[in-house]
Design a protein around this ligand. Sequence first.
Ligand code: GLY
Length: 370
Amino acid sequence: MIDTVAVPLEGREYDVRIGQGLLGRAGAEIAPLLARPRVAIVSDETVAAKHLATLQAALRAESIDSVAMTLPAGEGTKSWPFLGQTVEWLLEQKVERRDVVIALGGGVIGDLVGFAAAVLRRGVRFVQIPTSLLAQVDSSVGGKTGINTAQGKNLVGSFHQPSRVLADIDVLDTLTPRDFRAGMGEVVKYGMLGDADFFEWLEQNAARVIDGDAEARQYAVRRSVEMKAEIVLRDETEQGDRALLNLGHTFCHALEKATGYGDRLLHGEGVAIGCALAFDLSARLGLCPQEDPSRVRALLAEADMCRDLKAIPGELPDAEALLDLMGQDKKVIDGQLRFILARRIGAAFVTSDVPREAVLDLLTEQLSQR
Ligand code: GLY
């Protein structure tokens, strides 16, 4: 069974299709969007080795020609040089204004190719085929595209909504257990920020999701996408509510900076730790029930996910330095640190009213447990 989550943004509406075997029927899914039977695919080397042949065969089955380019895997690809290479390749392939570009890969490819599509001929349509859990539940939906620069992550980009998203649950089987668990950081985030029932469902079913139960995985992806779509509809360009999606991210971004955006800490692992810390902070400030941080940690433990600074290998800076790194977050406004805190599980809110000392105390305590 394929689920459909509609994203009815006026004039830019699209469907997110979620289910097993979608890659193998990508031709039928994409054909209705095409003005002529030809697409350009951009992927990375790791994903292409696993999935490109299946995608191209599915397109051929619907008489759709495809050309494909593969880029190196990894965050370094989300950069000016590879953006230039992608745009020029698309021009060389004579991609026209009415054509469709396909992004086959995780968050890096989705963001880069989405941005290339946004600037190519002042905007061509693109289809996201997200192959990581993180990309399926977060980055492929909502139209944030862009690249990193020397000054920071995601500082250059545009809002450019995809024309369709195909989230094939089967491709998740090809992820490493660590990558899958990291993606779960973004899944549990949705329960924590806005849906206590989904949080409870995860308390009962996280182990099934981790163990590969396709039905449980499909429900977890669908519910996450529904929540993301609801928030994007309310606030496409992040003037307000969309910031709720950054629960855990103020801590996460500082930790990612401190660990060099690499293998020591994957983004989703940082999100999971950041969510636990956001609930600690909320409880310390008397904003949420005192038992909520333990419930959050119990769920993360059930899924064998990271939940404290002690999960991060190697040296970390001290609490003051971590707080400074938070101050460099791009979501800082007028020098004020913004946090997403919670009134309870399933009820997050944005605030700049967080005493520096409370954050320092929490970080100092966490660091002392390492
Ligand atoms: N990943 C956060 C957002 O799309 O707003």
